[in-house]
Design a protein around this ligand. Structure first.
Ligand code: PLP
Length: 394
């Protein structure tokens, strides 16, 4: 067999979203696109703001030398300057260009962070449920992912996290607003997490880094604010992207911000920049870097997602589902009416509804609905969700 054994294993274990996608394609062929309700992918369906197109056209028409050329691995200085100056207000922390590395999306950002911080055998602790790719990313860089279940409402189990930290723990990886739960961690819980990490870093004689994955920072409702981790713990980094707030996931643009007070900040940024190069990203796409340097503070209309969340959450609650209505991201993570979430996902499939079982995110007994789809799809799916719930009741 040509493919490495580990990859074959990964292809099998990491295939839930892909399986659903393929199932969707099969069902659409049989029943027609409009009769299949595909909630399996977190692909934003709200188009990028109009100004994105205008700016892009303007940029490609510029007579700028080296417009399509190589650049420093950390990104264009103008981009890092524009982003850091915006972040001073957003994070409430004095950020400078030298605290940033521009990346190929949040995925690229996470990979250069893990590459820069992990030694073989180091542990990354993450609250579960979690974004499935984390275990692959940790493995990419010789680390192992250890999941600590969250509490019933998906808030952090701080005692559980403290107990899980050991001598090989190098990184605590959080994601807020969260995929798949939508949960946002509060100031109070981050403050406590910071205290735990300071204590444990001292106990084990090395820094334990807090990494926050935040591509949904701006997709929040009812004026909810996402606290900045830098205020609570200085050995910390933020990995993020413009994939969701500008609806540009295919363009691969994001950044890593390192807390200016982090121990060895300059060395960390140098390592991130080298990681960008040697992982083969080299640098984030040039046109996108120029674009975002002129679009700081711009975001898609999040009220559109809020409306979708409300239609879906209300419809599901009326049908009897139990769920925590989240204030961020574009996912719902209801309880599965059957103990076996995979079995329930199959019942939904019989209604031509495609969702992902919670087991795929380390959150069994639930299922994830990505509601970044047309309102019409949500409305038309509700009777199917009701029938599946009733069938699950027996
Ligand atoms: N982190 C989380 C929690 C995500 O949901 C995603 C994408 O869905 C990513 C990271 C990767 O984002 P990007 O497409 O910007 O690489």
């Amino acid at each position: 067999m040509a493919v490495a054994k580990k990859m074959l294993q990964f292809m099998e274990s990491g295939s839930w979203i892909r399986k659903m996608f393929e199932e969707g394609a099969r069902l659409k062929k049989i029943h027609g696109d409009e009769n299949v309700f595909d909630f399996s992918l977190g692909n934003p369906n709200v188009p990028p703001p109009e100004v994105v197109k205008q700016k892009l056209l303007e940029i490609v028409n510029r007579d700028e030398p080296n417009l399509h050329g190589y650049m420093p691995n950390a990104g264009l200085l103008q981009t890092r300057a524009a982003v850091s100056s915006y972040l001073c207000g957003e994070y409430g922390v004095p950020m400078e260009p030298q605290h940033l590395v521009v990346t190929c999306g949040a995925a690229g950002a996470l990979n250069i962070v893990l590459k820069s911080l992990l030694d073989p055998g180091d542990e990354v602790i993450t609250p579960a449920p979690y974004f499935v790719e984390y275990s692959f990313y940790a493995d990419n860089h010789g680390g192992t992912l250890k999941a600590v279940p969250t509490l019933e409402d998906f808030t952090l189990d701080l005692d559980g996290m403290e107990k899980a930290i050991g001598p090989r723990t190098k990184i605590i990886l959080i994601n807020s607003p969260n995929n798949p739960t939508g949960q946002i961690y509060t100031d109070a819980s981050l403050q406590k997490l910071g205290e735990i990490l300071s204590r444990k870093s001292k106990e084990y004689g090395h820094s334990i880094y807090l990494v926050s994955d935040e591509p949904y920072r701006k997709i929040v409702y009812n004026g909810t604010e996402v606290p900045c981790i830098f205020k609570f713990y200085t050995d910390s980094l933020i990995a993020t992207s413009y994939s969701k707030d500008l609806s540009l996931p295919g363009e691969r643009i994001g950044f890593v911000a390192v807390c200016p007070q982090a121990d060895g900040v300059a060395k960390i940024v140098d390592a991130l920049s080298l990681a960008n190069r040697i992982l083969g990203f080299v640098n984030a796409p040039g046109l996108m870097q120029r674009l975002i340097s002129e679009l700081q503070g711009i975001c898609v209309d999040v009220d559109i997602y809020k409306r979708k969340r409300d239609i879906l959450a209300n419809g599901l609650i009326e049908s009897g589902y139990t769920l925590t209505v989240p204030h961020g991201a574009f996912y719902l993570f209801p309880k599965s009416p059957l103990k076996d979430d995979i079995q329930f996902v199959r019942l939904l499939q019989e209604e031509n509804i495609l969702v992902v079982p919670g087991s795929g995110f380390g959150g069994p007994g639930h299922f994830r609905i990505a509601y970044c789809v047309d309102d019409h799809t949500i409305e038309k799916s509700l009777p199917g969700f009701r029938r599946a719930f009733e069938r699950a009741q027996g």
